[in-house]
Structure formats: structure tokens, C-alpha cells
Design a protein around this ligand. Structure first.
Ligand code: ATR
Length: 276
């Protein structure tokens, strides 16, 4: 595509709410890169046709969001081990040889957010994961990759948590949702991967009385930035990390692959996205 302005975008349905165009647009401007990143509303029935046509229009890559993250794996020519393990992709690269490459950077974004914003040792003790949906899969895969000794998993619908245990193995112990507070004892890391606490949703109300102040607590929710759950953990003296960083860090590898520049995730980036 040399000589052409590189294009990228986020593919979803609905997609208008996505912050990705603002984020990539910010980085393109910041680094003086001639490129564009757009919202692409695509229905499932059209997904494969659209993906095959995109490179012909100058697209170098794309992010994928709800509801296409799983389905795109069946269309891609090359699926990274990480994306296969998680069962979903969020980052696509249209390679020069015509092959569609699918990767998942959500787990990277999750871990990088904790590494950069807390004094965090994943090996210091068990990790508590609340929720067993799509986001939980990426979080669990990445926690296992960085060597947590144990994952304590709880979900309102227990069968979903049991299924993740079957899939990801013996380091996962499943606890009933009503007893989720019991998992906090001795935990080094606590993660909310449910949608509870998000604007318009009920609060996450898992008791934190057994939680040590040594634990690092994070939430994948970032609207609001400081969820009631994180505020409660902060009152207990824990380090808390909001979910915005996960969004920013998961975007960085794609930007680098498509536009040839590793973007910085810093206070200016955060503030721009918060204001957009
Ligand atoms: P995502 O891909 O964002 O993880 P998801 O797959 O729909 O979305 O998962 C949403 C998560 O939030 C699930 O763990 C879900 O629990 P269930 O599997 O029981 O549905 C959890 N969740 C959503 N609303 C909830 C509620 N009111 N109480 C408890 N958990 C809830």
C-alpha cells in the first residue's frame, strides 16, 4: 500500500460508542502520521465480505468489537495462539501477502495496566476473578501467562465459571457467587470483569472485609472511572487501578503494527480520552 494513506477502524454493531477512533486519532495527530481510523458499523452477515474487501480499500488493519470478536476467528487465515486460547480476537492485521491475521491484545492491555499503574507482583498470591464472560477469558489467560499461583473464580451463573475451569485448568477454583467474599482472604490480585458498577448497571457488592491491604484491586469498568467497588477497596488501603488503562494499552500493539510507531500511554492520552 506504499503511497497510500493507511486506514484502520473499529468493526462492530453497534460501534458508535467506541472510544477507539478518538484514541487512534489522537495518536495519529500526536505523531504526525498521515492515516485515518474510523467507526465501521458492520452486521454479522456482511463481516467476511467486508473483511475481504478492506485491504483493497487501503485498510492496513482493524479492531473488532461486539458482536464479532469470536466470529472473526473463523474468517481469519492466521490466528495467534493467544487469540485461539481466549477464543476471540480484537486486533486484525491485513498482511501484504493478502492473509488476514487475528490477534487478541485484551490480556496484554489488562496486565500492562496493572504493571504500569501499581506495584504489582502477580506471583505474590491468588488472584480473584469476578465474572466469567468474554472479558474474563482474556483476564484469566493473561493472569495464567504471568504466573499467578491460583485463580479463584466466581460468577452469578456458576456453569460459565465451571466451563472456564474445564478449559483453563486446575489452577482455577470456582466459588459460588453468594460466597464470593470468601475468596478475598489472602488474595494478591482482585479483578472485576463483570459489567456491574458500569453506568446504568447495579453496583458490584462483593464483601471486601477479608481482603488484605496488600492486594491490588482493578476493575475493567471505566465508566465511571472510580467504581464503588474500587472506592471500597481504596478505603481498605489497597492499591486500586481503574479500567481505562486496559483500553489504552490494548490499543497500542495494533497502532504500532498498522502505523509503525509505538504510541505512548500517558497522562495526556488518558485526559484526551476522558474528555472525548
Ligand atoms: P463481557 O464480554 O463484557 O465479559 P458478558 O460475556 O456478557 O460480557 O459477561 C458479563 C459478565 O457480567 C458475566 O460474568 C455476567 O454474569 P452471568 O454469566 O451470570 O450473566 C456478569 N453480570 C452481568 N450482570 C450481572 C448481575 N446483575 N449480577 C451478577 N453478574 C452480572
Amino acid at each position: 500500500m506504499s503511497g497510500h494513506i493507511p486506514l484502520a477502524g473499529v468493526i462492530g454493531a453497534p460501534v458508535a460508542h467506541s472510544k477507539s477512533p478518538a484514541l487512534h486519532g489522537y495518536w495519529l495527530k500526536r505523531y504526525g502520521i498521515a492515516g485515518h481510523y474510523v467507526h465501521l458499523h458492520v452486521e454479522q452477515a456482511d463481516l467476511e465480505e467486508v473483511l475481504r474487501a478492506m485491504p483493497k480499500m487501503g485498510f492496513v488493519g482493524a479492531n473488532v468489537t461486539i458482536p464479532h470478536k469470536e466470529h472473526v476467528l473463523a474468517i481469519a487465515d492466521i490466528v495467534t495462539d493467544r487469540a485461539a486460547l481466549i477464543g476471540a480476537a480484537n486486533t486484525l492485521i491485513f498482511r501484504a501477502d493478502g492473509k488476514l491475521h487475528a490477534d487478541n491484545t485484551d490480556g496484554y492491555g489488562f496486565v500492562e495496566n496493572l504493571r504500569m499503574n501499581a506495584d504489582w507482583d502477580p506471583k505474590a498470591g491468588p488472584a480473584v476473578v469476578l465474572g466469567a464472560g468474554g472479558a474474563s477469558r482474556a483476564v484469566i489467560a493473561s493472569l495464567l501467562e504471568v504466573g499467578v499461583p491460583e485463580i479463584r473464580l466466581s460468577n452469578r451463573t456458576r456453569t460459565r465459571a465451571d466451563a472456564l475451569r474445564e478449559e483453563f485448568g486446575a489452577k482455577i477454583n470456582v466459588v459460588e457467587w453468594v460466597n464470593a467474599g470468601d475468596m478475598m482472604q489472602g488474595a494478591a490480585t482482585v479483578v472485576n470483569t463483570t459489567s456491574l458498577g458500569m453506568e446504568g448497571q447495579p453496583e458490584l457488592k462483593v464483601p471486601l472485609n477479608l481482603l488484605s491491604s496488600d492486594a491490588v484491586v482493578t476493575d475493567i469498568v471505566y465508566t465511571p472511572l472510580h467504581t464503588a467497588f474500587l472506592k471500597e477497596a481504596a478505603r481498605k488501603g489497597c492499591q486500586t487501578v481503574d479500567g481505562l488503562g486496559m483500553l489504552l494499552y490494548q490499543a497500542a500493539p495494533g497502532f504500532e503494527r498498522w502505523f509503525g510507531q509505538r504510541p505512548e500511554v500517558d497522562e495526556d492520552t488518558r485526559n484526551f480520552i476522558l474528555a472525548s
